[in-house]
Ligand binder design. Structure first.
Ligand code: NAP
Length: 272
């Protein structure tokens, strides 16, 4: 494939508007269509405050893909819309990079089956390089250290809990092995057991939502007399997600099936 044709959903959003120039600058990618509801019908370049790009924003993903053939959908929209977008793309044999958070563990078997049937790839997860490193290194640590918990910190307005990054990390670690539960969890005493955090695939996950935070995810591994903390911090910027998103777009068009986590595309599986 000489040039990968990209449909970008959420092109006027915080992440999407940063991806537009990155896609335009990439010699092997071609931005063929873009989706956002409020500016639908307008020229994407003019909406973003630049010169006309000759790409008219479409109101919905299915319509955009039906109107203009694409090889890959990059989706940075909203948790309430992402499932329908993935389904629409796969129904048309279009690969997907799912940047949008909000997919649940139950969604993945269906997505994996659809992607395999369509012969295209779907990549999900946090697309920052350092988040991918956090996942990769945490999977290695989980092979050796028996106890861990995750704490994620995000801005007060972030609606999905736990964050996609933390939830996915818990599930990835759960696939390595179940963490050893804290002895105190067998007989908790106190009026608020929920203070121990949510149980995600066996891992306790604690979500902090406070003004002053952008985004951070920390996994703390413990064993008698020693502790290891792996933490990724991200500023409120689209920059960290550009490289990983475009890397995944290039890979999903040639690697069919579901790829959960940029780390699996970058570093391959961790031996368990
Ligand atoms: N995976 C990662 O590494 C990563 C990194 C950063 C962010 N995210 C996630 O990516 C998503 C987008 O983040 P953001 O900060 O860019 O959000 P944002 O600034 O609110 O932008 C959302 C974009 O999607 C469009 N949109 C929203 N709902 C839509 C729908 N139903 N159909 C079509 N377009 C729709 C919006 O335009 P209209 O409202 O006009 O339609 C806008 O262009 C969030 O879920 C966020 O958590 C993931």
């Amino acid at each position: 494939m000489d040039e990968v044709r990209v449909c970008l959903a959420g092109a006027t959003g915080q992440i999407g508007r940063r991806l537009v120039p990155a896609i335009l600058e990439a010699a092997d990618l071609k931005l063929v269509s873009a989706v956002a509801r409020r500016a639908a019908g307008s020229d994407l370049g003019l909406v973003l405050g630049g010169a006309s790009l000759g790409i008219t924003l479409q109101a919905d993903v299915a319509g955009a893909l039906a109107h203009t053939p694409a090889d890959v959908l990059i989706d940075y929209t909203h948790p309430t819309a992402v499932r329908a977008h993935v389904r629409a793309a796969l129904a048309g044999g279009v690969a997907v990079v799912v940047g949008t958070s909000g997919l649940k563990a139950d969604d993945f078997p269906e997505i994996a089956a659809q992607a395999t049937a369509a012969g295209v790839g779907v990549a999900t997860g946090n697309f920052s390089l350092t988040a991918a490193l956090l996942q990769h290194l945490a999977k290695i640590a989980a092979r050796h250290v028996p106890e861990w918990e995750i704490v994620e910190y995000n801005k007060a307005a972030k609606p999905d809990v736990p964050s996609g990054t933390a939830g996915e990390l818990a599930e990835m670690l759960g696939a390595v092995r179940r963490p050893q539960p804290a002895v105190a969890d067998t007989h908790p005493i106190g009026p608020h057991d929920e203070a121990r955090g949510a149980d995600v695939a066996g891992t306790r996950v604690h979500s902090v939502r406070l003004s002053g935070f952008a985004s951070a995810c920390e996994v703390i591994f413990g064993m008698p007399g020693e502790r290891l903390s792996l933490r990724q911090d991200c500023a409120e910027s689209a920059e960290p997600f550009v490289f990983g998103t475009l890397f995944a777009a290039r890979r999903v068009v040639i690697q069919p099936g579901l790829h959960r986590g940029l780390d699996s595309l970058l570093f391959g599986p961790v031996e368990t």
